[in-house]
Design a protein around this ligand. Structure first.
Ligand code: AMP
Length: 218
């Protein structure tokens, strides 16, 4: 099936690279993990190559990391989900996704993780009784919400989104999920912009944070 094909391709690609071993006559996996090969390419460069960068969107100076190009690629989607699932630590009851791109990954991860999907929505969208959390934007504030009965206190929640930048959105999501009684100990992102500090801030909030791809700078 598609999943096992993807797995086989993933396993084989380093040794099929022409100069993967660095020196002629050496098998590809005899070098130390931080040898020449890993300095040139990291494990998720196949996915990174599928992300398009659009300069000056939505405003001058922002390098927009556009994941829609990765989403259009069947192998890219399959490998993304597979690797995010593999990075998940222990069982989770719910995968919480942040509107809107986070929903895609929450649903895709929830199926193999045998978890439910919890929607973290912009304020005013959910029909039932909600609890909300505000967070600061560059100018003003924004508000996210969940149904107040979306989780049973003590349930283990994995937080996911497409990208973490300053972490303002994800940290508000963690406050909200914890306010609702959730046990929020890990977060997963497809893309991290490490220089903006969001992932480190989440770690300071007590979460294990994983991302497949990093773009230095911002
Ligand atoms: P932040 O709250 O600063 O961590 O911003 C996170 C949210 O904004 C994520 O849901 C991203 O989808 C979006 N975002 C922020 N910066 C970028 C960027 N450079 N490229 C694409 N999306 C971004």
């Amino acid at each position: 099936g598609a999943a096992s094909d993807t797995g086989a391709a993933l396993f084989l690609w380093p040794s099929s690279a022409p100069d993967a071993g660095g020196h002629h006559g050496h098998p590809p996996f005899t070098l130390a993990p931080y040898g020449p090969m890993t300095r040139r390419m990291s494990a998720n460069d196949d996915l990174k190559a599928l992300i398009r960068t659009i300069p000056d969107f939505p405003k001058p100076g922002i390098q927009f990391r556009d994941i829609t190009t990765l989403l259009l690629d069947p192998t890219g989607v399959a490998r993304t989900v597979e690797r995010m699932v593999a990075a998940t630590r222990g069982p989770v009851d719910l995968v919480a996704g942040i509107e809107a791109r986070g929903f895609l990954f929450a649903a895709a991860l929830a199926v193999p993780l045998n978890a439910g999907v919890l929607l973290i929505r912009k304020d005013g969208k959910l029909p039932g009784a909600t609890i909300a959390e505000d967070y600061a934007l560059e100018y003003g504030t924004d508000r996210i919400a969940v149904h107040e009965d979306a989780l049973v206190p003590g349930q283990r929640v994995l937080l996911v989104d497409d990208l973490i930048a300053t972490g303002g959105t994800a940290r508000a999501a963690v406050r909200l999920l914890r306010k609702a009684g959730g046990l929020v100990e890990q977060a997963q992102f497809l893309v991290d912009l490490p220089d903006l500090g969001g992932a480190d801030a989440l770690r300071a909030d007590g979460l294990a944070v994983d991302s497949l791809i990093g773009f230095p700078g911002h």
